[in-house]
Design a protein around this ligand. Sequence first.
Ligand SMILES: Cc1cc2nc3c(=O)[nH]c(=O)nc-3n(C[C@H](O)[C@H](O)[C@H](O)COP(=O)(O)OP(=O)(O)OC[C@H]3O[C@@H](n4cnc5c(N)ncnc54)[C@H](O)[C@@H]3O)c2cc1C
Length: 367
Amino acid sequence: MEVTVIGSGTIGGYAAYLLAKDGHKVSIYEDHEKIGIPCHCTGIITSSFLEMVKLREGILLNTLSKVKIFSPDGRCAVLRCNDIVVDRIKLDEFFTQMAVDAGAELIMGNRLREIDMQKKKICLENKNGKRTISYRRLVAADGPNSRVFTELNPGIRRRHWLGAQAVIRGRFDREMYEVYLNNDYCKGFFAWVVPESGESAIAGLAVSERPSFHFEKFMKRRFGDGFKKDISGYRGGLIPCYDPGVNCRKGDVCLVGDAGLHVKATTGGGIIPGMKAAQALAESFRTGEDYENLWRKKTGFNLWSHLRIRKMLDRFTDADYNYLVMLMGTERARKIMADSDREYPKAFALKLLMAEPRLLYFMKHLF
Ligand SMILES: Cc1cc2nc3c(=O)[nH]c(=O)nc-3n(C[C@H](O)[C@H](O)[C@H](O)COP(=O)(O)OP(=O)(O)OC[C@H]3O[C@@H](n4cnc5c(N)ncnc54)[C@H](O)[C@@H]3O)c2cc1C
């Protein structure tokens, strides 16, 4: 089967690899001239990622065993975790190379401009101008601003968070990342400092509006007024918010990754859910089962659970965050957090509630 993939980010590259490996004739059209650049991602993932992929050397930057969560009143809880930090540019290159090695054709510097789903044609633009080609099956992995998304979901107005972050030099405990819960400078999301090594970290936040203003405020508080001299680069981008009403398949067109809103609304993590959706896509091409059903089975419920938790967190006051961090610091809660995988929020939340029933207090924000 001929498959046209739009976008060779993490998920487009991975999906193209799975499809080419299954014997499909895959062509990938990527807008940029270099894979992975510009990079907008932090690259932190739960270590269950390593069960999905065997990475080549140089992609895994760091392993994190602790997370320090700060409440608005400055108190903190240190919890155990099992996360990794990857070099996002190298990860994208790795998946794309795997796709090419499996037989996919990669065409760089080509941007999808228009799609005519009735005639099954797309208009691509490169430095020589525009041209129209036909497709048999189209997989849109064209990221958070997906052009194809709107064709499949004319009635959905996407909501995005605006991420702003920088790579900053300094001295860091390389095993521990920091999370800041605070309505002052990261209302509706959180701020983070994620070490890539003992000497460098990615620090930033996501918000609904004025990202530069809030970023500057956070960085000054965390690193002091002169923080800019230690910055070696900026990264920023859009984080799409999951919507359970999203259509990810219409006829021979499928959306995957950020284009399909396959992102956890609690953390903004899109790598693992996007990869699960890509696996569902490959399975649907193999078995003839509907992709829409398959991706929902694989990851839809988890994404919905993350969205519920996000809606609850959106109603938190600073006093709620202070109380939450206090409860998370208790020995019982810490043990559950250490032994659980946050990819599966329902199981995680249930265990946590059983261990620390005072967390039920926050249920008032669910409804
Ligand atoms: C600030 C920030 C921090 C993040 N941190 C994390 C994290 O720590 N962990 C995590 O799991 N997730 C994180 N994410 C989310 C993660 O980056 C995305 O979920 C992930 O990149 C999705 O991959 P994708 O391939 O779907 O989209 P993208 O990575 O956006 O790739 C889309 C590709 O399509 C190409 N493209 C776009 N439009 C077109 C077009 N019209 N024609 C041709 N090509 C096109 C682009 O050039 C790009 O290469 C973060 C996001 C942001 C913004």
